[in-house]
Design a protein around this ligand. Structure first.
Ligand code: SAH
Length: 340
């Protein structure tokens, strides 16, 4: 068992089960996440015999960074997991802090027509420790503190729900990395039962929904998931989320030239979202090997933006990050073996 996959309370239970005081869990957490040691032997305020027991029961293991590409304010990391699978994470330097875009699966089964990450079908879920160590390795490599985390890398977080929630608990813990819930954003393509489950947990974590189209006819073409959970059900789940969670929901909307970026789409979108506590994040499309999709021109993005504004929908345009090193949204890949 990898020690990085334990919540503090799991570690407290462990210590109680071996007849120790549970505050030892706090000490171990501080060693791992504040002092960032990578061996039990370095945990100098813990008794020798307990260190031995920890060494028998756990490993402190991480993947390996095998490639780093640096762009302006952006660094893309390729990781080799312990079983040889590959995933990527992207660090962005914002003026408000450092934000890491974390992957949650090797490959992805959601099959969105425009996204590079789904070119490789899901091979497996990432474990909580494989998500936690993306943060630890990037912090160590760049000698920085990561203040924000977005679950927007490779994979669908709500298709790996339990590990993702565990991951959030671990990085949110004050005795560990202490990344504030409000600084964590989980993004889903719209798996309705999981939105509902997430809703019940009443977390302060931000919820983002990849919408990308204002009607089912168009969304069915772009996102296979819409056949299972059409827009009405997604919006219904978001409405119920908003009844019990005092948070704004983000709707992500990629701007695809000539596909979903016309005036009528903006009006339809405004009508769909009217009255919801939300904002729309317009995402300039990053061109990929899906050559059928092109990026909407800036002036057309701004026209779309203006229509939403005029209709009293909160809207922002996502800053373009990392396209020079193929580190932008939808450009991350797991299928390195085939390519390089
Ligand atoms: N599976 C989750 C998490 C991935 S988030 C989800 O769908 O929300 C990645 C975001 O980038 C999603 O909103 C996704 O739709 C968007 N995206 C995918 N391909 C893109 C591309 N080529 N350009 C811009 N955004 C893209």
């Amino acid at each position: 068992m990898n020690i990085y996959s334990l919540r503090r309370k799991d570690l407290e239970n462990y210590f109680e089960n071996i007849g120790q005081k549970k505050f030892k869990a706090v000490q171990v957490y501080e060693w791992l996440y504040k002092k960032k040691v990578t061996s039990f032997a370095s945990m100098s305020n813990i008794k020798k015999e307990i260190i031995q027991k920890l060494e028998e029961d756990f490993e402190i293991a991480t993947p390996e960074i095998i490639k780093i590409q640096n762009g302006k304010d952006v660094h893309k990391f390729l990781f080799n997991m312990q079983d040889g699978e590959k995933i990527e994470a992207v660090l962005m330097n914002h003026d408000y802090g450092n934000s890491l875009c974390v992957s949650t699966q090797v490959g992805c089964n959601m099959g969105c027509a425009f996204c590079e990450s789904g070119r490789l079908k899901k091979r497996r879920n990432l474990t909580a420790d494989e998500m936690v160590t993306q943060i630890l390795l990037v912090e160590a490599e760049l000698n920085i503190r990561i203040s924000h985390v977005v679950l927007m890398g490779i994979g669908e977080p709500f298709d790996n729900y339990d590990n993702v929630m565990k991951f959030i608990d671990i990085i949110n813990d004050d005795n560990g990395l202490g990344i504030g819930a409000r600084h964590i954003t989980v993004s889903t393509c719209g798996i309705v039962p999981k939105i509902r489950e997430f809703s019940k947990e009443k977390r302060q974590v931000n919820l983002a929904i990849s919408l990308h189209a204002p009607n089912d006819e168009l969304r069915n073409k772009l996102m296979k998931i819409n056949l299972a959970y059409p827009i009405k059900e997604v919006i219904g789940a978001v409405k119920d989320y908003l009844k019990v969670n005092n948070r704004k929901v983000t709707f992500e909307y990629i701007m695809l030239k000539g596909v979903n970026d016309k005036e009528k789409h903006a009006i339809e979108l405004a009508n769909l979202l009217k009255g919801l506590t939300c904002y729309v994040n317009l995402i300039p499309y990053n061109e990929t090997s899906h050559i059928e999709f092109k990026k909407t021109e800036n002036k057309d993005i701004m026209r779309f933006y203006d229509i939403l504004k005029k209709n009293k929908i909160n809207v922002t345009v996502r800053r373009e990050f990392g396209s020079e090193v193929e580190a932008a949204c939808g450009q991350l890949r797991s299928n390195y073996k085939e390519e390089k």
